[in-house]
Design a protein around this ligand. Structure first.
Ligand code: ZN
Length: 287
């Protein structure tokens, strides 16, 4: 199933994508609010009934008539792994990492799949990173790699937008990865039963229709299950937690000369069997 958050006529709703439409969940399951994390928590009880109902229902609204929102609006945490595709390690002039390299992105960086990405006043080095994103399905700790699939609720496309000067001026990348709007995810969550093997998907990034990144999740150095096993040795993962799984080669910083995003640039991340998110880069508004 593909589960989306969307707004229509001033109201936020949860829905399942069916063809080119959305089956609204709230009106059929009054117990389901418009909070995706709440739905994820209750999925073990309500998931199969919802699947059946969606199969039996006609869409309520065409996708074209709604504004898709970030599937998870305020996750408990966003964890992201660095240097996790060999070609990106090479272009970043780094050594192959012997360990997984983790950083966080501020949860306030979450952004809708089609909302503008801000070019911050504090920098002119905003860059894109196309990434497969995992949404955690249940509270867990010390998850064996073989059991990692059980704790995954689903997958999205994401852009780990990075402000390179801020990222690299200190050994900690956190600030450069945490600017407002710099964690767009979507366009919806695809559940594992529909997605199949997460390690066989083409992943691409386009800037103004020029293809900048073009790889496949089979090239992840530490795959999704390795990542969950490792992370959960350190911390409890909770429903709705967001994991950015690394970007392939082709980021703007590594181009010669470097190409950072400019106002008006259109940035598209697409992943096979998930879909695409697309943003216009625009100046940070004066506030
Ligand atoms: Zn990244």
């Amino acid at each position: 199933m593909k589960l989306a958050r969307y707004s229509t006529k001033g109201e936020n709703k949860l829905g399942a994508v069916k063809g080119d439409g959305l089956v609204e969940l709230g009106k059929r399951f009054p117990a389901v609010s418009h909070d995706m994390i709440d739905l994820i928590r209750r999925w073990p009880e309500v998931g199969s009934a919802i699947s059946q109902l969606v199969a039996d229902s006609a869409p309520d609204e065409p996708l074209a008539n709604v504004h898709l929102l970030a599937p998870v609006e305020r996750p408990g945490k966003i964890m992201a792994i660095g240097l996790n595709y060999a070609d990106h390690v090479q272009e970043a002039r780094q050594k192959m990492p012997p360990h997984q390299i983790w950083f966080t992105k501020a949860v306030t960086a979450i952004n809708g799949p089609f909302d503008p990405i801000q070019l911050p006043r504090a920098s002119s080095q905003t860059d894109y990173e196309a990434e497969l994103v995992v949404i955690i399905g249940r509270r867990c700790k010390h998850v064996a790699k073989e059991r990692a699939p059980e704790v995954i609720f689903g997958f999205c496309a994401g852009n780990d937008v990075s402000v390179r000067d801020w990222q690299l001026q200190t050994t900690q990348w956190v600030l450069g990865k945490s600017f407002d709007t710099h964690a767009p995810i979507g366009p919806w969550i695809v559940t594992p039963d529909e997605l199949g093997d997460p390690h066989t998907m083409g992943i691409r990034c386009f800037v103004n229709d020029e293809r900048r990144q073009n790889s496949n999740t089979r090239h992840l150095i530490f795959n999704v299950f390795d990542q969950i096993a490792h992370l959960s040795r350190a911390m409890t993962l909770e429903p709705g937690d967001v994991i950015f799984t690394g970007t392939p080669g082709g980021v703007g910083m590594a181009m010669s000369p470097p190409q950072f995003l400019k106002a008006g640039d259109k940035v598209r991340v697409e992943i096979d069997r998930i879909g695409a998110i697309e943003a216009i880069a625009s100046a940070e508004p004066l506030s």
